[in-house]
Design a protein around this ligand. Structure first.
Ligand code: NAD
Length: 383
């Protein structure tokens, strides 16, 4: 299999998610990081490149230099794709520049700062025909893929209600702990119109839409700020979906003691399913007059029910997989799609199973609607 060359924007020394991207993209051995503009400070970018053992000629001070430098190389030597792991404010200009220069893009979420930028990026992706992935981590878990396939197969009967919650606590401890990545997240200039809903609420909304196969059509939100003088650090949202399904989404970044306790319950007329990110190898199935079932990742019955889950499983049952593997699954499908297109082949549905520019547009519309609803005093706002 062709080893793809990866370039990066962001992921400098001490940054959080860039290192996760590097580990995940390389997990299966078919991607190599060969270039990067890793840091907002050019000297620190070069230093990170040196630490990573990258050819000094391909360690760039800025993303504009990287695009120019890569375009100056013969086509077969250039990066095959560029991963954007910077704060939200840079996603749009960097993604636009990369796509317009002809590079495939894997982008962090939320995709842009505004819905207008999201629409524009979607147009550019369509026009260029390039591959664009968005890193909504949680749909990369095999048991989430199984949940989606159970819903699709009708195992739950008609869907009734979805509850999704994403509590964290780290932004509530700021008086004592001040990680660098907290400052830009809580500032509208670098984060966008929302902190909590943009940072983790969008993950929860994306999860609900992915598992159910339905779109959120309207929201009623109550966002709040517990540590004054910054964007929302907490929020509660009622939502309506297609086909009359209703839901509740709650997210917080100030829940004392909470880590990344993302959970989803999907309730149907016949069965209900529950998945918990901190226990990600199990999927719970409930029904009337039956004992609770726990489906366990890595068993043949999971792959039989969900080829998407089977394809994204690396270790046998009982050897847990989690966050890094979920990330790696998005990279696996994203890079297989690029390889297929390079060979002028149509990617399969399983290869295309990674979050797309359309998910990015949905995420931005979700953020915009919940912020508008809350500002108007918690009224229903259509998406
Ligand atoms: P961070 O502050 O830890 O790191 C950001 C990095 O980007 C730093 O190295 C910084 O120097 C670099 N940077 C900033 N501007 C740059 C520029 N113009 N050119 C080159 N480098 C630049 O932030 P983080 O926590 O890693 O978050 C980064 C992004 O990832 C955010 O959009 C965030 O929402 C997203 N994120 C996603 C997940 C997920 O699960 N998918 C988890 C955490 C963060």
């Amino acid at each position: 299999m062709k080893i793809l060359k990866m370039g990066m924007v962001g992921g400098g020394i001490g940054a959080f998610i860039g290192e996760v991207h590097r580990k995940a993209a390389r997990m299966d051995g078919y991607v190599q990081v060969v270039a990067g503009a890793f840091d907002i400070v050019p000297e620190r970018s070069l230093e990170q490149g040196r630490i990573l053992g990258i050819d000094p000629k391909r360690c760039y001070g800025t993303y504009q230099e990287m695009i120019r430098g890569e375009l100056a190389l013969p086509p077969e030597e250039r990066v095959d794709f560029i991963s954007i792991c910077t704060p939200n404010v840079t996603h749009f200009p960097v993604a636009k520049a990369c796509l317009e220069a002809g590079f495939n893009v894997m982008c962090e979420k939320p995709m842009t700062m505004t819905t207008e930028q999201a629409d524009e990026l979607q147009r550019i992706v369509k026009k260029t025909g390039l591959t664009f992935g968005l890193l909504h981590t949680y749909t990369g878990y095999p048991m989430v893929k199984l949940a989606k396939d159970m819903v699709k197969a009708g195992d739950l009967g008609k869907l009734r209600k979805i509850e999704v919650r994403y509590p964290q606590g780290w932004l509530g401890r700021l008086a004592k702990v001040k990680p660098i990545s907290a400052a830009w997240r809580t500032d509208p200039k670098s984060s966008g119109s929302s902190c909590c809903m943009g940072d983790i609420g969008t993950h929860a909304a994306n999860l609900a839409e992915y598992v159910s196969g339905l779109k959120i059509t309207e929201v009623l939100a109550d966002l709040g700020t517990y540590l004054k003088g910054r964007l929302d650090d907490d929020g509660n949202v009622l939502f309506h979906m297609q086909k009359g399904v209703k839901g509740v989404l709650t997210a917080t970044q100030v829940g004392s003691g909470e880590e990344n306790n993302l959970q989803i319950w999907v309730y149907g007329e016949d069965r209900s399913i529950g998945w918990f990110q901190q226990d990600p190898n199990d999927l719970r199935v409930l029904g009337d007059n039956m004992p609770e079932q726990i489906w366990k990742r890595g068993n043949p019955y999971v792959a039989e029910k969900s080829p998407a889950a089977g394809r994204c499983t690396r270790t046998p049952a009982g050897h847990p997989e989690a966050f890094l593997e979920a990330f790696a699954n998005h990279y696996k499908n994203f890079t297989d799609t690029i390889r297929a297109r390079q060979l002028k082949k149509k990617p399969t549905a399983l290869e295309l199973d990674f979050p797309s520019v359309e998910d990015g547009v949905r995420g931005m519309k979700f953020i915009s609607a919940v912020v508008a609803s809350s500002k108007k005093g918690s009224v229903w706002v259509k998406i």
